[in-house]
Design a protein. Structure first.
Ligand code: ZN
Ligand code: ZN
Ligand code: FE
Length: 758
């Protein structure tokens, strides 16, 4: 007896070959009917024998294409029609509930094979893609996902491409961005004045110029990169000078895992990240004898490595004889990455010697993602291309759409619909007007793409964050309610959401800066509670930041503040400081010039300066990072922690007092190895957490902890904390899917708003 079933499949099912898969499956099982993309779901009608229909239903989930993710399948029985074959129908324009857009997918193995196969018609073609790979987020104008609504709309398919597009048996069946040299995007080589340079083979000529030591501006998926040969110290030095970037590490692109393993240690977990379709920059430990120029990542035992992830990159690296290339964002430091040709032509002209560009527009500016493996699991550091806008599923549901405006630094925003949190790509620090504009534009684009109008806006409590101002202005204009969430509460809620854990926990939020309820600069917070509410259970003892924000750039100022607080004369460290030292000491004693902070980031700065590791920084977190490398080089792994005190203040809040630790470090610095001192300092932070966790357990019976905040991007600290606390029988939550730093704040804001709403 023939039957008709109607399926609706929800999840990441558009732009990943889902309809062709359904077509092949239905044809194999001799079923008739049709399949079409609706907004955020695929709708399928199939008719045939019940046995075959059952097999179809099972295979829908079990055999779905690798890049897809089926969230939910609903099924309905209906009466048979007179359908005679199985068809793929055009997308439904009606935009309703659940819309997903896929992240960009790194070039798949088949496409890469074709690229290097002289017999293939796409041999050497830089914009090849298929159902399983290629650009997605960065070319999408609107949904449903169809070629006409992408940056590919301007390229009319040639006969050969169209045949593949229409052939059910082909890997490119209904692959929206497909193209070939006949009909698709083209490469051009341009000089720094943007004039086209005649070239029969732009990739080969670009490689030649890179080898001559030149800097190239190369248009990629989500923006321009600046590239140079990574093994040439002169080329790397030139790039640093032009980009005004002194020490911040550059990422290096290599051809494949073998090329990465020739330079760095690559564990199986790291390899899995490198070769994943997300293709992030993975922080790897450099091997002895690595040929990367030292200036790629000065003084850094690690280096960020990314595999070629577009055919253009594969072809370029092949033309360079597999020589690794520095691939860093095309911008002057602190500006947003250039993605629009006109903008690139003007902003990058001074930075590069030539441009390698193409005529496919970039719709969403999207930096490379950065990630690392810590204690056996992924710890994302910058979640952007390849990750965004893949949603994170939450345990609660948003009753109405919510926008979380995010933080000021490392900004992302997030949108919630139902149980999904869509976290944006990395926008950057909202200090420059250009970045704030990019932020507002991206919010608009995501709302259109996701067919979502926020009915509630969540923001940080800091009144001067550009994201807070955006939230308040917009809420005022549109008459929307707002919720302000304390920065470190958002960090803790983010870690809970990341782990799908409801709490209560002792949330450990250690970072550089966050606006506290008492107006002080928080950043060493141990908060008891859950996503809905927390109480400040303990915090690092307040010290002044001499000269306010200047103390962030000059760790020595924090050292002086800590030395004075510990009853020591800064002259024990800097005997020649003279007048400057007196002035700084005066500033440190004046509350109006030295705002109070409980920031663990600033404590790291102070220790780094006391040990002579760094007295001035050129990028945020630099001193702490160098202290981590120093600790990692320590020979003796089993050292005791330094002493510290944990006492209640008048209000009953626990205060972590590190003055004895500072005095011990000062006493040892002249005769002990600084690597061991740094390691002992890290262990002291772990012991301090452990002491507070013990109090929380004793007083409240809470034996779970969530570690969040930028300080936990420190692999050594996170590893030690996880190990030590787990041995105590404490459940330790750490980040795995979103960033511990402020890149994860927007998710936390959403989680708090949703918890307070329910
Ligand atoms: Zn492919
Ligand atoms: Zn073609
Ligand atoms: Fe933070």
């Amino acid at each position: 007896m023939r039957e008709r079933r109607e399926y609706s499949v929800l999840g990441l099912v558009q732009g990943v070959g889902f309809r062709p898969f359904v077509h092949r499956l239905a044809t194999k099982l001799a079923l008739v009917g049709d399949v079409r993309n609706a907004a955020g779901r695929v709708e399928i009608n199939v008719e045939g024998e019940p046995d075959q229909l059952d097999a179809f239903g099972r295979a829908l989930r079990d055999e779905a294409p690798p890049a897809s993710r089926v969230e939910h399948v609903s099924q309905r029985i209906a009466s048979p029609t007179d359908a005679r074959d199985f068809r793929i129908r055009e997308s439904d324009d009606d935009a309703s509930a659940d819309v997903f857009v896929l992240p960009d997918l790194a070039t798949c193995d088949d496409c890469r094979r074709e690229l290097f196969d002289p017999a293939d018609r796409r041999f050497g073609y830089a914009f090849s893609s298929c159902t399983y790979c290629g650009p997605r987020l960065t070319i999408v104008d609107d949904v449903p996902y169809d070629r006409a609504r992408t940056a590919m709309a301007r390229f009319e398919m040639c006969g050969a491409c169209r045949r593949e597009y229409e052939d059910v048996g082909d890997r490119r069946f209904h692959a929206e961005p497909i193209a070939c040299a006949e009909c698709g995007p083209r490469l051009t080589l341009r000089d720094r004045a943007w004039a086209e340079v005649a070239s029969r083979d732009p990739i080969f000529d670009a490689a030649t110029r890179l080898f001559a030591g030149e800097i190239g501006a190369i248009k990629g998926l989500g923006g321009y990169h600046l590239a140079c040969v990574a093994t040439s110290d002169t080329a790397v030095a030139t790039l640093r000078a032009r980009k005004h970037r002194d020490d911040k590490p550059f990422a290096v692109m290599v051809a494949d895992v073998a090329a990465a393993a020739a330079q760095c240690h690559v564990s199986p977990a790291e390899e899995a990240l490198l070769v994943s379709s997300r293709a992030p920059i993975v922080l790897l430990r450099r091997k002895e004898g690595s040929t990367f120029a030292p200036r790629v990542a000065p003084g850094n035992p690690n280096v960020g490595v990314v595999l070629a992830y577009t055919p253009l990159h594969h072809a370029l690296l092949a033309a360079c004889g597999r020589t690794p290339l520095v691939m860093t964002s095309g911008n002057l430091s602190d500006e947003p990455i250039a993605h629009d040709d006109e903008d690139a032509a003007s902003r990058l002209a001074e930075l590069c010697d030539f441009f390698l560009v193409h005529d496919r527009p970039i719709r969403v500016r999207c930096d490379d993602s950065v990630t690392r493996v810590v204690a056996g699991a992924e710890l994302p550091i910058r979640r952007s291309r390849g990750y965004a806008p893949q949603p994170i599923t939450l345990r609660s549901r948003a009753a109405a759409p919510i926008l979380a405006a995010g933080p000021q630094l490392k900004a992302t925003f997030a949108l919630a619909r139902g149980p999904y949190a869509f976290i944006s790509h990395h926008i950057g620090d909202l200090d420059e007007l250009a970045t704030v504009r990019a932020y507002a534009t991206a919010i608009q684009h995501y709302e259109r793409m996701l067919r979502l109008r926020p009915e509630l806006i969540v923001h940080d409590l800091h009144p001067d964050y550009a994201s807070t101002r955006y939230a308040l202005t917009r809420a005022h204009e549109q008459g929307l309610p707002v919720i302000g969430v304390q920065h470190h509460h958002a960090h803790v809620a983010s870690c809970l959401a990341d782990n799908e854990h409801d709490g209560p926990v002792l949330g450990v939020a250690f970072d550089g800066t966050g606006y506290g309820h008492d107006g002080a600069i928080w950043g060493g917070e141990l908060l008891l509670g859950d996503a809905r509410a927390v109480q400040r259970f303990a915090h690092l003892r307040y010290v002044g930041m001499p000269g306010g924000d200047r103390a962030i750039v000059e760790p020595r100022r924090m050292a002086i503040a800590y030395l004075l607080d510990s009853g020591l004369d800064p002259a024990v460290i800097w005997p020649d400081l003279g007048r400057e030292g007196e002035l700084l000491a005066q500033v440190a004693r004046r509350p109006s010039l030295s705002p109070l902070t409980s920031s663990v980031g600033r404590l790291y700065d102070a220790v780094a300066a006391i040990l002579g590791v760094r007295e001035r920084v050129t990028f945020e977190g630099q001193a702490a990072m160098e202290l981590e490398w120093l600790a990692a080089s320590a020979a003796n792994e089993e050292l005791p922690a330094y002493p510290f005190d944990l006492e209640r203040d008048a209000s009953g809040t626990w205060v972590l007092d590190m003055r004895r630790c500072i005095r011990a470090i000062v006493a040892e610095r002249a005769h002990r190895e600084h690597a061991s001192i740094s390691l002992r300092f890290h262990l002291t932070i772990v012991e301090a957490i452990r002491a507070v966790v013990a109090e929380a357990r004793r007083e409240h019976g809470i034996d779970a902890t969530a570690l969040s905040g930028g300080v936990f991007a420190n692999a050594l600290l996170l590893e030690r904390a996880v190990r030590t606390l787990s041995l105590d029988g404490v459940t330790v939550l750490r980040h795995r899917r979103v960033c511990p730093n402020d890149g994860g704040i927007a998710l936390g804001q959403l989680a708090v708003a949703m918890a307070q709403g329910s």
